[in-house]
Design a protein around this ligand. Sequence first.
Ligand code: PLP
Length: 637
Amino acid sequence: MNYTFERWNTTKSMDLYGVNDWGKGYFTLAGNGDLMVMPSPGQSADAVSIPEIVTGMKARGLDMPVLLRIENILSSRISKLNESFLSAITTLDYKGSYIGAYPIKVNQQEQVVEKITRFGSRYHHGLEAGSKAELIAAMGMLRDSKAPLICNGYKDEEFVDLGLYASKIGHFCIMVVEMPGELPLILERAKALGAKPVLGIRIKLSSRAGGHWADSGGDRSIFGLDTTQIVQAIDLLKQEDMLDCLQMVHYHLGSQISNIREIRTAVNEACQVYSGIFQEGAPLKYLDLGGGLAVDYDGSQSNFLSSRNYTLDEYCIDIIEAVMTSLHESPIPHPTIITESGRALVAYYSMLLFNVLDVTRFQTAALPETLPVDCHPQIQYMNEALQTLTIRNIQECFNDILFYRDEVRDLFNHGKISLRERSLSEQIFWAALNEIEKKARDLKHLTPELEDIQRALADIYYCNFSVFQSLPDSWAIGQLFPVMPIHRLDEEPTRRAIIADITCDCDGKLDRFIDSHELKRFLPLHELKDSEEYFLGAFLVGAYQETLGDLHNLLGDTNVVTVRIQKNGEFKFVGEQEGDTVADTLSHVSYDAKRLVVRFRKMAEEAVRKGNISPQERREIMQAYEAGLRGYTYFER
Ligand SMILES: *Cc1c(COP(=O)(O)O)cnc(C)c1O
C-alpha cells in the first residue's frame, strides 16, 4: 500500500495538475510540496510559497476565502504583451508601432486599474471605457497624455461631452462611433464646446469567430457600422469638413478567440475597410483590433473553448504579418496597431484560495464476513459476482451486479424480501462499485459506463467559497479554471472528488476539471487530516470574475490581498481589502442593519415578556445577532 505513496513526488503532481501547461511559468512546486508562485516566468530564485502567504494572511486575521493578487504577474503580463508586439514589429520590419489599451470592464477594481496605468506607463498603455462610469474612472486614473483613452459604448450627450473635455485637458482621447446616430451628436457637441475630437469608427465585420461571444463579430453583431453606414458617416464628415478627425478603425471580434485563423481573417477584412476609408480621404493612423487574445485556461494549447491554439508571440506575429500582407500593394502607411486585451492581461494575476470544510464519501460499511444462510439467491449471486471480480471480467461483473440489484429492488417492491435484505444488497452493490472503480484505474480505456462509476463514487469536498460570487463564468458558461491543492503536493492525492461550494444551490459546484486532452469529471485530492486544514486554489481568475459575481445566498465579496514579490522569495503585503460583512451584503439588497436590530430586539423583548428567555439571555442573543451582522459572510472557524 505504502509503496505507491513513497514513489510519489512533486514532478508527478506537476504533471497531474498540468501546472506547467496552464501556469505559463508563473507557478512551480517546492520540494516540500508547496505550490510556489514566481514574479516572472521561470524566475524560480524569487519564487514564493503560496501556503506561506496564507499563513501570513491568517496571522493578520484575514480569513478564507481570499482572493490573492500577485502584483508582479500583472506587471509581467503588461510587459510581455507590449514586448511581444515590439519584437514582432522589429522582426517583420513593420513601419508602424503598437500601443495597448486596457478595457476597464474586464476588472474594474480601482486597485487593478491603478496598477495597470502604473505598470503600463513605460509603454503608454492606455484604457478603454465602454460606459460613462468607466470613462469617468478612466479620466481620473490615467495620467499619461500619450496613453490612449478609447471611448467605446453607446454615447449620450453627457458621455460625448465628457470625452470632449477629456481631449481638451490633454488626454489622448479617441471617440469611437458605435452607432450611426452618434456621429451627428458628436459633431454637434464638438462645435458647441469648441473641441476637435479624434474619431474612430467601429466596423461590423462579416468574419465571425466561434465561441461564447461569437455574435460580437459578424453581420448580426449588435455593435458597429456596416459598409453603407460607414459611407454615410464619411459623407457627413466631409460635409461638415471634419474628415480629418477620423483617424481610427476599430472592431472587436469577441473575447477568448481560441482559433488564430479567425483572428487573421478578421484582421484581413478590417484592413480592406481601413484602405477603403483611407482612400476616401480620411487620414487614418490607428487600427484597433479590440480584445480576443485568449487565455489557455486548460493548458491544452488547442482551439478548445477554454484554450487557444496560439502563443502570445504567434498572436503578435500573425497580426503584424496579416496587416502587412493586406496593405502590401497599397501606398497606405502602416497603421499603429492598438489592441484592447483584457483577459490576457489580468487573468493570471489573481487566484482564489479557499479551505475545505467537510467531505462526503460514497463508501459503504464493511460487508459481513458471510451472508446469512437463508439469504435470497439473487443476493447470493450478487455476492458471487463481487467475489469473482477481476480486471478481465470487469464489465461483465458490473452488468451482473446491476442486474441483480434491480431484481432485488423489484422483489422488495413486491414485498418478497425484507428491508434488511434489501439493505444488504445495496451494500454489496456499493462495495462492488468501489472494487470495480479501483480495478478500472489500471485500464487504459474506459467504457462510458465505467466512467460513470468513477463519477458516481467521487467524494464531495465542501469548500468555503461561492461559485456564483467568485467563479461566475464557471456556472454561467461552463468556463474551466485550473483548480488544485496549494500544499501537500509531495504526497499522492488518493481521493477523487468534485467540489461543492457553501451556497445551498445544486449548481454551486465544480465537477468539470481541466485536462490536457479533454476534461476530467473529478479532481484528484488528498485525504483530509484531522490536525491540519486543507487549502485549494482556483487559478487565472483575474478576468471578468470579480464584478460578474453575484450575491447568491448573500455570500459577498471575499477578502482581497495583494502581494508584491521582492528579491529572493521575500514578499510584502501591499494591499488588503476586507470582504463584505453580512451587513454590507444585506445593504446591497436594501436592508438597513440598524432597523433589523431594532426589529429583532422587539421580538427578543417579547420573548422576555412571555418568559421564554431571561433578560440575560436576551443580551447574549442580541450580542450574537449584532456580531453576526459585523461578521464575514463565509464560514469562519
Ligand atoms: C470586452 C471587450 C474587450 C476585452 O476583450 P478580452 O477578450 O478580454 O481581451 C475589448 N474591447 C471591447 C470593445 C470589449 O467589449
